[in-house]
Design a binder for this molecule. Sequence first.
Ligand code: S3P
Length: 173
Amino acid sequence: MNIVLIGYMGSGKSLVSKALATKMKLNYLDLDDYIEIQEKKTIRNIFDDHGEIYFRKKESLCLKEMLDTYKNTIISLGGGTPCFAGNLKTIANKENVKSIYLQTSLDELTKRLFAERNKRPLISHVATPSELKDFVRKHLFERSFYYNQADYKVVTDHKNEDQISEEIISFLL
Ligand code: S3P
């Protein structure tokens, strides 16, 4: 079985994937890392040099490749992955894949993301926390339609990665 973690930027997908992989004794992979290795560039530079459409095509191809290649792996997706190019269908059509949505509140996301916005091309333009909050509110609303199609959902606020992983394991048992 493969497990994919989805959720907005800053929802803790990478951190939780690592904790979950350790607890379940499975491998862990991150789609953004996989793309960066293939392209030999950071996500930031891929967006700057080629634009978002190029990134989304790569993202979709890399997702398919990972799901076809790896087994017994926890895969952390990018925040936008389930929202583009039929990627949700790709995931849903794989019998042995379970998807988990890490749902994090707007306040928590804004707090976490402001300090890290320069690493993330979609939010690097915002100048203040309140501008970021307005952006995330709208963006998260649009994306929730896709996120909510995951097999399971975990509310992450006030929980650490161990607690979130335990909750995920209880769904999977
Ligand atoms: C994106 C999220 C990022 C990365 C890219 C686009 C998005 O991943 O894939 O910057 O569209 O939400 P994280 O969710 O790991 O930050």
